[in-house]
Design a protein around this ligand. Structure first.
Ligand code: NDP
Length: 456
């Protein structure tokens, strides 16, 4: 069959862009369609602007700590949101432009429109009223914020999609959820001076992470002023005015706030994609079912990233999957399937959380009495002078049977940076003895990682 393209990618986010670029570099004729903006959630309204907001929020600590180091801060500096918002917009536009230029440089045809499947090989370009055909199709449409439909008034709330575009920062906010997005924005907004309430239906926050880390992060955020309400089920949200909301919990508590943010997870963005016309199988919640090579039940249709049923909605996962699909299809390369267990990840709260490998609970279930746990908790050097009480916490998990590192959990400054390397050590099968044999870099936070001698 003669098709217009060797590969048609729907969605120009992290996974789609990588797959398109790599496929084109292997010589494939590639088109990519994007209905919104090139770059996807990560670049446009996710990781990138979020991380810059984290940086902004952390200046509050620097201003607080400075007097202890001799700085005379006569007036507390004020934060001006519109200035940051414009800077974020400009940076996001710059990055989106870079992504576009990079695709063009590799000869990928960019179609600025929505694309929907019209058949197994046919793709309808919405608005252009044209149908094209492709030998292979990659679904990389990502995910969208999910808000519970059964909570009256929940539709009044914003989601992480809108947070970067607010005209003004609210003076108070209720954030509903206890996952990555809820806790990161609770930390950011609290740092920027917003009176912040976090309402989580369980306890402690961040289900799925190491229990000790969850407890310690929750304590640290509360100590920094985030009002954390656990076991808090929202009953309804009422809007009384433009910046006047009442959040009622089932326990009878009412919070009056200027803004409500729902961060209760993200759903695969497959609605209206026409997947049924190509016979692509979905799970009950609309995710595309894929095998370990990201192939759907239709042999020439693939899916990567958040839109798939695998449960690691992380940018580097989508990128890795997209890259592998392109390498396998057009580069003739054998790429090992991705291992989803124990992926290193960071939660950019302040203090920051980093985790890789197994949680202590999972490690104990798997290795029983062979599990060795090494812990270190200390006041980082800077805090001795600043007077800040916050501690850094580190935990290494080792399988005593072969001395290999199987998990690492960090809470404190630089946790996201450190966990990247600990993740590499875990993947490489490093042993505790090898860590111990490494000379410490002094004085650093990281030196603790090579000086923990006694299991607790
Ligand atoms: P998460 O899945 O991380 O968390 C969802 C939260 O919402 C959980 O606390 C969950 O509670 C709660 N929840 C779910 N349904 C309901 C409901 N009906 N009522 C009340 N609460 C509910 O999703 P996020 O939206 O925070 O983030 C989406 C994904 O984006 C993350 O999973 C992560 O993979 C990715 N991400 C990664 C970041 C990073 O790498 N730093 C940053 C931001 C996002 P429960 O625990 O009880 O199920």
């Amino acid at each position: 069959m003669n098709h217009d393209y060797d590969l048609f990618v729907i969605g120009a986010g992290s996974g789609g862009v990588r797959a398109a670029r790599i496929a084109a570099s292997h010589g494939a004729r590639v088109a990519i369609a994007e209905e919104y903006r090139i770059g996807g959630t990560c670049v446009i309204r996710g990781c990138v602007p979020k991380k810059l907001m984290v940086v902004a929020a952390r200046f509050a600590d620097a201003f607080d700590d400075a007097p202890g180091f001799g700085w005379q801060v006569n007036e507390r500096p004020a934060f001006h949101w519109p200035t940051l918002r414009e800077k974020l917009r400009a940076e996001v536009a710059r990055l989106s432009g870079l992504y576009r230029a990079n695709l063009e440089r590799h000869g990928v045809e960019i179609l600025d429109c929505r694309a929907e499947l019209a058949g197994p090989h046919d793709i309808h370009l919405v608005g252009k009223e044209r149908t094209v055909s492709a030998a292979h199709v990659l679904i990389a449409t990502g995910s969208a914020p999910w808000v519970p439909h059964n909570i009256p008034g929940a539709a009044h709330a914003i989601t992480s999609n809108e947070i970067f575009e607010l005209e003004q920062l609210p003076r108070s906010i209720a954030i509903i959820g206890g996952g990555y997005i809820a806790v990161e924005f609770a930390s950011i907004l609290n740092g920027l001076g917003v009176q912040t309430h976090l309402l989580y239906r369980g306890a402690p926050i961040l289900r799925g992470f190491d229990m000790e880390l969850r407890e310690k992060l929750q304590e640290a955020l509360a100590a920094r002023g985030v009002n954390i309400h656990t076991q808090a089920d929202v009953d309804r949200v009422e809007k009384h005015g433009e910046s006047d909301f009442a959040v009622h919990t089932r326990a009878g508590e009412t919070l009056r706030v200027e803004q409500v943010l729902y961060a209760t997870g993200r759903e695969p963005y497959t609605f209206g994609l026409g997947l049924e016309k190509a016979g692509v199988e979905l799970t009950g919640n609309g995710a595309v079912k894929v095998d370990e090579h990201n192939r759907t039940n239709v042999a020439h249709i693939f899916a990567v990233g958040d839109v798939t049923h695998q449960n690691a909605q992380l940018t580097p996962v989508a990128i890795r999957e997209g890259h592998a699909v392109a390498d396998r299809l057009f580069g003739g390369l054998e790429v090992e399937p991705l291992q989803y267990e124990g992926i290193p990840t960071a939660v950019f709260t302040t203090p920051e959380l980093g985790t890789a490998g197994l949680t202590e609970e999972a490690a104990r279930a798997r290795f029983g009495d062979a599990l060795q746990v090494f812990r270190s908790e200390f006041r980082p050097l800077a805090n001795t002078i600043s007077g800040r009480e916050e501690h850094t916490f580190m935990k290494l998990l080792v399988n005593g049977a072969d001395d290999r590192l199987i998990g690492a959990h960090l809470l404190g400054e630089g946790a996201g940076e450190l966990i990247q390397l600990l993740g590499a050590l875990i993947a490489a099968g490093a042993t505790k003895a090898q860590l111990d044999a490494t000379i410490a870099v002094h004085p650093t936070v990281a030196e603790e990682l090579v000086t923990m001698r006694t299991p607790s």
